[in-house]
Design a protein around this ligand. Structure first.
Ligand SMILES: [Fe+2]
Ligand SMILES: [Fe+2]
Length: 429
């Protein structure tokens, strides 16, 4: 078993991601968790040596769908899935996101192929037969089972069985049929009942999930140096989270990275301790994570938002804080990321904090965030010029912005070398 701390941090991040992926409106479909429990059980039968990697791969198998704001369970048939361009792409995008987590190489392949069908009718590549890895097929079967549980609620058993019987040799390798039968008999025949028990609270599933996650060992996380626990616990996770946020919203692509760059520069000029500078940069990567829950039609809306839509928009900062709080390694970033939409004059959100009551990191990120927004093209307007951005900084100093931070940024934007560096970081300046 890996060092306990690394495992715990890794598991917290993976669990938080699975919740993010399955949130639909106010409810959570728990698709990833159910698929992970089923796929892990199947792997114990057909590929026990890969059980632990299968657990993480299946937990994150739909990570590529999170950015589209559509849940795959809303597309029950293969035909519907193939017709929707974003659903069609989700295995490829998911494997790209997973490739950012060092050491999850094997999971990448399983995720890329998890919608390929044995008869070649799947997507995105139309692979056939033994071209599809066993791990991908295990996830395919688990995925199909959860689709049935979702559609048929609390008594899915006969339906699952009939479906799989019909799809043996079409959707998955006929050699796997015996494993499906073993699964049916698992835990004295109670496996599927527990899984689908109590739809709504899903106590049965949640207990099964916590048993499994406790038992897996992320053995492939190899030590890379003295900061290994921190790197695996949060830095690769930071990269993944910011990848997801940026991919979700095309106008803010690379936004998190730029806010981290600018936030770090400001903090350094303000001579904050090195530790705090690092925290501000990390918080910048995560400050928009709650936006994953904002429906794309509101996030991408070109015109003015209605008051109801504004309320939904504002909720994202609270959700950001809730997500960060579930991950120990991110807990010290919660206030910095969560309060970056507060205003110096107290008219911001979510809490209406003012002045020095707003953590200094959040005040810095607030300005960095606004400056990047001003310097970027939006659906409804072109980017502001650097000169105009400086004018806005001065105009809103002391109201929206902390005056000290605003002055520092105006200084940065007046410096040719810094502007050159910003261009390299993909700022439009
Ligand atoms: Fe999928
Ligand atoms: Fe899925």
């Amino acid at each position: 078993m890996k060092e306990v701390k690394i495992k715990r941090q890794f598991d917290q991040v993976a669990s938080a991601l699975s919740i993010i992926m399955d949130q639909v409106g106010d409810g959570n479909l728990l698709h990833s968790r159910r698929v992970a429990v089923i796929a892990t059980a199947l792997s114990e039968i057909v590929m026990p040596e890969k059980r632990d990697i299968i657990f993480y791969a299946s937990l994150l198998h739909d990570v590529g769908a999170v950015i589209f704001g559509k849940h795959i369970l809303m597309f029950p048939s293969l035909g519907e899935q193939k017709r929707d361009p974003s659903v069609f792409k989700h295995p490829t995008i998911g494997s790209e996101i997973i490739s950012k987590i060092s050491g999850l190489k094997e999971a990448e392949g399983y995720i890329q192929d998890h919608h390929e069908w044995y008869d070649g009718s799947g997507y995105p590549l139309g692979k056939k037969g033994k071209e599809i890895s066993l791990g991908a097929q295990v996830i395919r079967i688990a995925d199909a089972i959860d689709m049935k549980i979702h559609v048929h609620g609390s008594d899915p058993f006969t339906d699952i069985y009939n479906y799989l019987r019909l799809h043996e040799g079409r959707e998955f390798d006929p050699d796997l049929w015996n494993a499906v039968l073993d699964l049916k008999n698992k835990d004295a025949g109670t496996f599927f009942t527990r899984l689908s028990d109590n739809i709504g609270l899903n106590i049965g599933l949640q207990m099964m999930y916590s048993e499994v996650i406790k038992s897996v060992d992320p053995y492939w996380l190899t030590p890379t140096g003295r900061r290994q626990d921190y790197i695996y616990g949060s830095e690769s996770a930071l990269a993944v989270f910011s990848e997801i946020i940026d991919a979700k919203h095309k106008y803010t692509r690379k936004h998190s990275e730029r806010v981290a760059f600018l936030g770090g520069k400001i903090a350094r000029i303000m001579e904050l301790p090195q530790m705090e500078i690092e925290q501000i940069k990390h918080a910048a990567y995560l400050h928009d994570i709650g936006k994953v829950f904002v429906p794309p039609d509101i996030l991408d809306k070109a015109g003015l938002l209605s008051s109801r839509e504004i309320e939904i928009m504002k909720r994202y900062t609270i959700i950001t804080m809730e997500i960060l709080d579930t991950i120990e390694a991110f807990r010290n970033l919660t206030a910095i990321a969560g309060f970056c939409q507060e205003r110096y004059d107290g008219k911001g959100y979510p809490d209406g904090l003012s002045g020095e009551d707003i953590p200094v990191g959040a005040r810095i990120l607030g300005v960095a965030d606004a400056v990047d927004a001003m310097l970027s093209d939006r659906a409804y307007r072109k980017a502001l010029s650097v000169e105009n951005t400086i004018v806005q900084l001065e105009r809103c100093s002391g109201t929206q912005f902390d005056p000290t931070v605003a002055t520092v940024v105006a200084g940065l934007l007046s410096n040719k070398e810094i502007l050159e560096e910003m261009r390299k970081e993909h700022f439009i300046v």
